[in-house]
Design a binder for this molecule. Structure first.
Ligand code: G6P
Length: 600
């Protein structure tokens, strides 16, 4: 197994899908796969298999582990099956709404990630024809339409193709038909679906993690393609109806990356992987960096776009480009279309995304491309939708990130963004910055101090994170982490803004985190800290230099200023994680969230 991860394969869906047709029983394989894609959605789960000519479906509300026990999923028989773990969009979290969804007589079973926008019209038409529905999901219509089409064509692929033509919206589906226990069909539009090519078995999945360890050969499907797999064959049909032959890609992976090792949670493991992942982020192709630099310098207008944590890395990149005299804006992906007047031929959009599947980011780049802009992207997932929409792609090389809250992908983004800006500035060096790995290790050593803080402040209802300049996005990232993992209200903002409103909320005992490295903003930020302390705040300083104003001080090592966010964010990630643990939240699976949001 390879030790080095040069990127990994598509990630990112609001639900996790896996299907397998095999020469062996599949229940165990499906269950394993389901647990590995659970971070994409975890409110209900289910599995369907065909055995002895009969379809069996077991599913229910709850996490995979609960359903597994309650429904004894591992005892399901059959050499073909599909499985799903859900993040509810249409229809509440109930047993009936869990996937797989089936047609009237349970002839057809479907698992789906995405949203069928015209499901209400389709449902009404199907009901008129006598179809009876068992759930409130948009997905169920797909099973019913395929049932009708299969009756007519007796061809699983043709029936699925015909059904997809009726669908509006986004989907990645895997389809199983009782009469054809030798065949699985998949289809995708604006949601990821890949084929895993094994020996005597084939997989359909939303993510390579689902079958890692069983095969490393993957075929990426393009948008609107339909695929039919048997144990030994793959047939891909383009939207035009033409068949395409596509060879599998070998995926660089390491099975151990999917275990939690000795860590209690994936999130903690991923935080601790950062000494290694920040140096891996430097493994960039010189030519590609030069191409990024060339396009950025030549851009008539320049935007950096991203969502969530990736947006905070985008803000850091914008700061450095602006500092270098290059005008650009960082815009959250869901809002980029509002800047359409500045997106035209000659514009460049740099998109940052861990998964490469975030719907808002994909839509943003599509809008930009339509208006003539060129797209560059920085992703962790090789072969992801965003990578395929882009002119040039740089990889984060930080391995699979399973914890829903982004951690190691953020620090890798900071490194790669800095390399791009350095290339724009004509710097040639692409070796890891001296002392960075060691500095990250030192920042991680502050964990026991952070645990104390987590215990002390875990019962608070509000937290404020402030910083100035280049550190302001770090404050915003700290607040986002805390909200996601601990469910405590938190705000991150430039320290200069405090006096324009937020100071009114500071009272005796309010915890305020101040990210304040030595440098030109240091003294002003200390003054902000004093102002808050004078109003009763308990100030937690994250800095390379101690000061008396801090009620608590978390020391981070000094580094060149452009890389300080890498070490400053680590105590903030650890704080959010330990706060979640103290509050008995599951840090890997925060409520209501999904790792990558493939719906708008
Ligand atoms: C979701 C995740 C966040 C992530 C954001 C953007 O909201 O929960 O952790 O930062 O998506 O994801 P991306 O894959 O585009 O970086």
């Amino acid at each position: 197994m390879r030790a080095l991860l040069l990127g990994w394969t598509p990630s990112g869906t609001v639900c996790g899908i896996i299907g397998c047709v095999s020469d062996e029983e599949v229940a165990g394989v499906l269950l394993d796969g389901l647990k590995r894609v659970e971070y994409r959605g975890y409110d209900s789960a289910g599995m369907a298999t065909v055995s002895g000519g009969a379809m069996e479906v077991r599913k229910g509300a709850g996490r995979v582990n609960d359903i597994e026990e309650k429904m004894r999923l591992s005892s399901m028989e059959g050499k073909i099956g599909i499985a799903h773990t859900r993040w509810a969009t249409h229809g509440g979290v109930t047993d009936a709404n869990a996937h797989p969804q089936t047609s009237c007589r349970e002839q057809v079973a479907v698992v789906h990630n995405g949203i069928i926008q015209n499901y209400a019209q389709l449902k009404a038409a199907l009901m008129k024809k006598g179809h009876r529905f068992k759930s409130e999901t948009d997905t169920e219509v797909v099973a019913h339409i395929i049932e009708e089409e299969y009756k007519r064509t007796k061809d699983p692929l043709a029936a699925t193709r015909a059904a997809t033509k009726a669908l509006k919206g986004q989907y990645a589906i895997a389809v199983m038909i009782q009469e054809r226990p030798d065949v699985l069909v998949g289809a995708r539009k604006d949601a990821p679906l890949i084929v895993g090519v094994g020996d005597g078995k084939m997989f359909l999945a939303s993510d390579v993690l689902a079958f890692i360890g069983r095969t490393d050969r993957t075929i990426f499907l393009d948008n609107r393609e339909v695929v039919e797999v048997t144990r030994t064959s793959v047939r891909i049909v383009e939207p035009s109806g033409k068949e395409v032959v596509r060879r599998p890609n070998q995926v660089a992976w390491e099975l151990s990356d999917l275990s939690k090792s000795d860590y209690a949670h994936y999130t903690l493991k991923e935080i601790n992987e950062q000494p290694h992942t920040v140096s891996n982020a430097y493994l960039q192709d010189r030519e590609k960096l030069a191409e990024f630099a060339r396009m950025i310098k030549g851009a008539k207008s320049l935007f950096i776009t991203a969502s969530g944590t990736s947006y905070h890395a985008a803000l850091l990149m914008k700061f450095r480009l602006n500092e270098a005299g290059i005008m650009c804006d960082a815009v959250v992906s869901g809002e980029l279309k509002e800047h359409a007047a500045f997106l035209r031929k000659g514009s460049v959009v740099v998109a940052l995304s861990q998964s490469g599947e975030t719907a808002d980011t994909i839509e943003a780049v599509k809008v930009a491309k339509k208006r003539g802009a060129k797209v560059l992207s920085v992703v962790n997932a090789v072969g992801s939708s965003l990578a395929r929409e882009s002119e040039e792609v740089l990889l984060l090389n930080c391995g699979p990130e399973v914890g829903v809250a982004a951690t190691k992908s953020f620090t890798a983004q900071v490194v790669v963004a800095n390399m791009v800006v350095d290339a724009v500035l004509g710097m040639k060096r692409i070796r890891p910055a001296k002392g960075l790995t060691e500095a990250v290790r030192k920042a991680l050593q502050m964990e026991s101090k952070v645990v104390e803080l987590a215990k002390r402040y875990a019962d608070r209802s509000d937290f404020y994170f402030v910083a100035r300049g280049y550190e302001a996005p770090v404050a915003m990232e700290g607040a986002l982490k805390l909200k996601e993992l601990s469910y405590i209200h938190a705000e991150g903002m430039p320290a200069s803004e405090l006096k324009h409103g937020t100071l009114a909320l500071i009272e005796k005992g309010t915890p305020v985190i101040v990210v304040n490295p030595s440098g030109s903003n240091h003294a002003d930020t200390l003054s902000s800290a004093e102002e808050m302390k004078a109003r009763g705040a308990e100030v937690i300083g994250i800095s390379d230099v101690r000061d008396d104003v801090y009620t608590h001080y978390v020391q981070v090592p000094a580094l060149q200023s452009k890389l300080m966010p890498v070490v400053e964010v680590i105590p903030l990630q650890l704080l959010a994680y330990h706060m979640a643990v103290v509050r008995k939240n599951d840090p890997d699976y925060p409520r209501n969230l999904a790792k990558s949001v493939t719906v708008k």
